[in-house]
Design a protein around this ligand. Sequence first.
Ligand code: A5P
Length: 229
Amino acid sequence: MNAKAAAARRAVTYVQNGMILGLGTGSTAACAIEAIGERIRQEGLRVQGVPTSARSEELARQWNIPIRSLSGSLEIDLTIDGADEVDTALNLIKGGGGALVREKIVAVASRERLIIVDESKQTPVLGAFPLPVAVIPFGWESTQRQLQALCPDVRLRAASDGSPYRTDDGLYLLDLPMGRIEDPAALEAALKRMVGVVEVGLFVGLTTRLIVGYTDGRIEERVPTDAPA
Ligand code: A5P
């Protein structure tokens, strides 16, 4: 089994009957959706899923996971999602797969947030992975100019046909190759103050448990209190 699938399978051992689950997006989160589907098939596990993207919703339907929308005062018991980078304090960069806005809304609505990664996603300091920022398409070049003050090399994400990539909510994504993010919380706050910015792919203080799968078969679990001061 590969490292992503191994981390996903461990994560799904935390799933219990009756839970409402946040279903993440990306190749690692897809392994978790499949593992949940297998438990439904084999054990008759009863859960409902709130998907973070159209892609994840389609996969969940294929695996017969009942879908719930995030409506009213719905509280999610547990969200399982991947990440593009995770630092030693368990802060994350997410949004490589373009779903950061729904992922953050679902994360914030969840009691527990379980992040699953392979070993390659770990880093002492965030920023090697270009930071995704979701913006309103109207006036996006003006928003990009504001962002250039923080990251001169900011670039618009393109779809495979060369047109601007659009999220499930019709937003554009600007990717910021920051290099090194010394203070993720301060950067997130600064970006969110900019007109035109909808959401930022920094997930600060949201991870309640990290599961890391290694290519040699090891699996490690960490909670925020394990992080070095
Ligand atoms: C999706 O928008 C992202 O936040 C993903 O969680 C992230 O890109 C990780 O994807 P993989 O599991 O495919 O590496």
